[in-house]
Design a protein. Structure first.
Length: 305
């Protein structure tokens, strides 16, 4: 008797699936029984150009392994083209059950040097892209009373990083988007979660490695393969998962649940506050609970397991 796979009968869209994390997620989705729309425009890391090859190569891999998949090269960064990604799933496979918002680009620059174009390009692909694809799928999810979203966020947004104001803002925005989707669509049986992946890919191989500390960090990251992210993504897309509105991180064999902002400490004055009393009383009283200007590497400072 053939064992039922965790995603048998499901149709999944994976954006940015022509390589790296997206490719491994698409491959494992298919291996677990899903029919997959492999979306990738085949652009450079900066979002330039286009090539149908990467998406089709992943489709060929899936088919060679006995799975079902179709390629799509539409951009997530425009509403109409993002809608075509979802339409591809419905037209080829008759339905859509899960969306993995993985597509992304980088335009790293220190904030005081960042151009409007560099800001817009990254926000459009990451944040607008996650919204456009998710919104296109939402109508189908509502009608069928089920569905799952898996959004890729980043510790660059959750914690912080140098030279990534555009990327960090988009990735933290995705967290808020995911939570809103989870709240708004819970009554329709729809789940929405985020993953902050640690993995060495073309999205991370531009990390500077000039000092000894930076070189050690890069070597540590190279040990964290993209395939390690896929099992959690598949699990979150499955009907066996009940988690929604959560933020996870994956680092090699470690899975983390990331905290969400909650009130930490408070001060009050019965007569109310003045700017002077805030400076003299409120801020000093709260200072012991202030957060340091950490980067992701400061918080995740131990070797991956």
């Amino acid at each position: 008797m053939t064992k039922q796979k965790i995603l048998d009968g499901k149709v999944v869209v994976v954006t940015g699936a022509g390589g790296g994390i997206g490719r491994d997620i698409a491959l494992l989705m298919a291996a677990e029984g899903a029919r997959v729309v492999v979306n990738d425009i085949g652009a450079s890391l900066a979002g330039e150009g286009g090539d149908a090859g990467p998406a089709q190569r992943v489709v060929d891999e899936i088919r060679a392994a006995g799975g079902e998949a179709v390629a799509n090269t539409d951009s997530v960064a425009e509403s109409a083209s993002a809608a075509r990604i979802v339409s591809t799933a419905v037209e080829h496979f008759g339905r859509i059950d899960a969306v993995v918002n993985n597509a992304g680009i980088l335009r790293d620059r220190f904030f005081h040097k960042m151009s409007v174009e560099e800001w817009d390009a990254v926000i459009k692909v990451h944040l607008y892209g996650a919204y456009y694809v998710s919104r296109a799928a939402a109508t189908h999810f509502k009608e069928q009373g089920s569905g799952a979203y898996v959004h890729m966020t980043s510790t660059s947004g959750l914690i912080g990083n140098f030279g990534q104001a555009n990327y960090s803002a988009a990735k933290l925005g995705i967290v808020a988007l995911s939570k809103s989707i989870a709240l708004d669509m819970q009554k329709f049986g729809v789940r929405s979660n985020c993953i902050a992946p640690f993995a060495w890919s073309r999205m991370t191989d531009s990390i500077p490695a000039e000092t000894e500390a930076e070189k050690l960090r890069v070597e540590r990251m190279k040990r964290m393969t993209t395939a390690k992210i896929a099992p959690l993504a598949v699990a979150l897309a499955s009907d066996a998962n009940t988690a929604s509105g959560q933020i996870f991180a994956v680092r090699s064999n470690e899975i983390f649940l990331i905290s969400q902002p909650r009130p930490e400490r408070s001060v009050h004055r019965s007569e109310g506050w003045t700017p002077q009393s805030v400076i003299e009383h409120a801020l000093p009283a709260l200072q012991g609970s202030f957060y340091d200007l950490d980067r992701s590497s400061d918080v995740f400072c131990w070797d991956p397991i």
